[in-house]
Write a protein that binds this ligand. Structure first.
Ligand code: FAD
Ligand code: MLT
Ligand code: ZN
Length: 482
């Protein structure tokens, strides 16, 4: 067993480590500072913690045995997937008393059922691997995120992830048919049902979706598959303002119905930031515009010429002055370039300075008011910052980002105070429009105070009671969500 050189465990700690080693073997019990390092910091380097050890089980039985040891010893557990979460939910606290359970070795595709249009997978399967397995049988698993190469199905379930195809297929909550989970006392709940109809009372799986590791560890899932699109059209559109994006979305939806798979927007500030930082990317548009829309239409029927139909519609809207310019991808490579621009925002924002990001949803019709309110507030109350917007306008989910020059905030404490003030400004606008302070990223460690402030007290009370029913000892991901 490897020991942490800087920290001698108490004898009972040694016993627990020995017990974990008995379950997963020495190679999958990490207890030195060096071995644990990458599990103790999140993907953006914003949250850092400490842990007693990291355990890497190979299957559900090993997860259950590990959790049972923790339950007996009263040790807190931090479930960890791909560690790409935005809110610090997979990073342990600073005290070093919890155990990180990483699902990275649980990557099996357990079963593909084409006739039922389902796939059953281990929770540690990376999202991209599930997409690939679906595509191998001519089907589609539609969840699509910038982090899809790394994030895992268990993490997608625990955060109820969204992304760029929610408009057509819904968030993770709409894509999960069954769940297997290890409960905080070590029992295994097998809810791996592939049923499209099951009206037998409360639906437990929905409590796990969006629970951020606070009720148990998701170890497997049955997911819905769809027809693979055979025809598609991808367009990048330059717009005079964000209101024009809404009008265009409405027009395109009227004409193409559910073929509108993706409709995303980006402010020019964000667009220029991405192009400046990712110099290998080229804008396919001739000039600049205040806003851009990224559109994808798809259909299962190959003969449908979606590209020509979309070009005609965009031409008409342009003639009527509703958009400034538009370009349609003529090849897979051109479509990829357009999506590359869209998916580079997280990296660009991280490099651009001291960024305060938000994950707001408001009713779709009120997005222009949200953008105007935030832009105005940042300009007047934080003159050092610049505002950037990107997001899923079809879901009413816009990410508003305020970026300050990094040198202004060498002191992290001062940055965190200012970030709190920016959050308060954005929340004020959000709440006035009947919105939510977290649309798709979750609450984690970073948004707990905002949840307490803005969630209905009755909902909060029931959430706390549900947490107590599953986890009376409070060992599952303490300090996260509630
Ligand atoms: P982790 O980060 O490991 O964990 C997230 C939370 O889930 C933690 O609370 C953790 O304890 C819990 N958890 C993880 N696995 C399990 C499990 N098996 N059982 C129980 N609890 C578990 N998110 C979006 O919604 N939409 C986007 O468009 C989007 N784009 C992104 C782009 C980039 C470049 C990056 C870096 C992130 C993006 N994200 C996005 C955020 C992130 O990828 C998602 O939240 C994702 O679902 C997290 O999955 P993960 O496996 O990395 O989870
Ligand atoms: C996105 O929409 O690109 C993601 O949610 C990531 C982000 O907000 O940075
Ligand atoms: Zn997003």
């Amino acid at each position: 067993m490897s020991q942490n050189p800087s920290h001698r465990h108490a004898p009972e700690g040694d016993l627990v480590l020995t017990a974990f080693e008995g379950v997963v073997g020495a190679a999958n019990l990490l207890a030195t500072v060096g071995d644990m390092a990458r599990y103790l910091v999140d993907a953006r380097g914003r949250y850092r913690g400490a842990a007693l050890c990291v355990v890497r089980p190979a299957n559900t039985a090993e997860v259950a045995a590990t959790v049972a040891i923790c339950a007996r010893a009263g040790i807190a557990i931090v479930p960890q997937g791909g560690n790409t979460g935005m809110c610090g939910g997979a990073t342990p606290g600073a005290q070093g008393r919890s155990v990180v359970i990483s699902l990275e070795r649980m990557r099996s595709i357990r079963e593909v059922d084409p006739a039922n249009s389902t796939i059953t997978v281990d929770a540690g399967c990376p999202l991209a691997a599930v997409q690939e397995a679906a595509s191998e049988i001519g089907k589609l698993f539609p969840l699509s995120l910038g982090s899809e190469g790394t994030c895992q199905i268990g993490g997608n379930i625990a955060t109820n992830a969204g992304g760029t195809a929610v408009l057509r297929y819904g968030p993770m909550r709409d894509l999960v048919m069954g769940i297997e989970a290890v409960l905080p006392d070590g029992r295994i709940w097998n809810g791996l049902r592939g049923l499209r109809k099951d009206n037998t009372g409360y639906d437990l799986k929905h409590l796990f979706i969006g629970s951020e590791g606070t009720l148990g560890i998701v170890t497997g899932a049955v997911l819905k598959l769809f027809s693979q699109p055979a025809a598609s059209a991808v367009a990048l559109v330059a717009l005079p303002d964000v209101g024009a994006a809404l009008a265009l979305l409405e027009r395109i939806r009227c004409e193409f119905g559910e073929r509108v798979t993706t409709f995303e927007v980006m402010s020019d500030s964000e667009y220029q930031l991405v192009l400046a930082l990712r110099t290998e990317l080229r804008s396919p548009l001739a000039g600049q515009a205040p806003w851009y829309a990224f559109i994808e239409l798809t259909d299962a029927i190959e003969a449908l010429d979606l590209r020509t139909a979309l070009a005609e519609t965009l031409g008409e809207v342009m003639e009527a002055g509703g958009i400034n310019d538009a370009t349609l991808a003529e090849s897979g490579a051109q479509a990829e370039n357009i999506w590359h621009i869209r998916h580079s925002v997280t990296e660009a924002n991280l490099k651009a300075g001291a960024a305060v990001s938000h994950d707001t949803s408001v009713p779709v019709s009120r997005v222009p008011e949200f953008v105007a309110g935030v832009e105005d507030g940042i300009r007047t109350r934080f003159p050092d910052a610049k505002s950037y917007f990107v997001g899923h306008i079809g879901d009413g989910n816009i990410h508003a980002i305020a970026i300050f020059p990094r040198e202004k905030f060498l002191d992290p404490q001062r940055f965190s105070e200012v970030a709190g003030e920016v959050n308060a400004l954005v929340d004020e606008v959000t709440v006035s429009l009947g919105g939510s302070v977290s649309a798709e990223h979750g609450i984690g460690r970073s948004n707990r105070a905002r949840l307490q402030r803005h969630k209905d007290p009755i909902e909060l009370e029931f959430m706390r009671q549900i947490k107590r029913v599953f986890d009376p000892a409070g060992l599952m991901n303490p300090g996260i969500l509630l």
